[in-house]
Design a protein around this ligand. Sequence first.
Ligand code: GLC
Length: 385
Amino acid sequence: MFIHYGLYAVHGRHEWAMCYERIPRAEYRKAVARFKPRVGCTREWVKLAKAVGMKYACLTTRHHEGYSLFDSPANKFNAFRTGPRRDLVREFVDSCREVGIRPCLYYSVADWSDSGFVAGPKEDPRGWKRFVEIVHAELKALMTNYGEIDYLFYDGCPPDARVWRGAEINTEIRRLQPNILISDRCCMDEDIASAEQHTMGPGKPWECCMTMNDSWGYNSTDEDWKTPRQLVKVLLTCMHNDGNLLLNVGPKPDGTIPATCVRTLRQISQWAARNAEAVYGTKGNPFAYADQKLSVYRDRTAYVPLHFYHGPDTVVAGIGNRVRSARVVGTGKAVRFRQRDGRVSLIGLPETMPDRPFTVIALELDGPPRGIPHPLMGQGRAKYE
Ligand code: GLC
């Protein structure tokens, strides 16, 4: 679960409003008086994350607006000094530990409230130096004061890491947090490649972060919600390509997660619970050449989500193994099938989809999954070169 929470929630018009609408700093800051997180809201977030089957949660400790949600040693514009007078990072991390969710922190280097950052290192070298010192001091505090942090999600980093001494602070962070994972968003080659609003192919460990509507922070008029099926498809695509999904929620000013988010998450999680054996601990891309783009596997079992459902006419192609049995994962029902020339016809499937929003078929194979090279795709290219 990705959690975007800050003063932008009070403004309620997208977390980039300060920049997009050129809201003067002093005016923007007035929102502090209305920033009133309900007591216990961090616990509600991570309890929901846990209940819907998520394994880690990542909170925006400060976004581009420059309001730190924690007791910052270097930036007075923070939730401990002004506004709620609470350290929300501490509340969040404590809640994660209590509920059994791994705590991860997002930190934006970019700070629209800092004149040194806004002017840049060429125009205001002194101001820039001070800005970089604040960034380093805040990151050190985040990595020192809250126990073990699993993952640091950087954002808003100047592309040349030398200007903010990125390598130096990352070395320090690894000294303070030997087990941490750091995202590549700092524009250096770190542990996790980050894909924003899209998925990637297999390779270096990667994570896709995605919004459920079109805003990361709370946006009162953004009703462009993705459907449970769309989000399950994203999850399946991540699984198939060995990536993680970091799905975002933008709590309201009082810390409540919008009802549509909660409803959709619960729908997805019911599906994920029925399909848990396919969703957790599987590996991606069992057949390499097969036409089933979303499949995953464990040992000799392949899990094939049916992207297009054709009832008893459904065919899974490109399977090089002998299939011993087939069943619908979500209902446990065995499916009669016929296998010829690498094509498995699932003739026992009912006319209507037995599991929504996605039906996943488990195929028990005679050995580790083997795909049949496709004569028209992939390898076929070599023919022309
Ligand atoms: C972006 C945006 C931002 C959001 C984030 C999430 O770069 O600036 O608003 O927090 O990435 O990945």
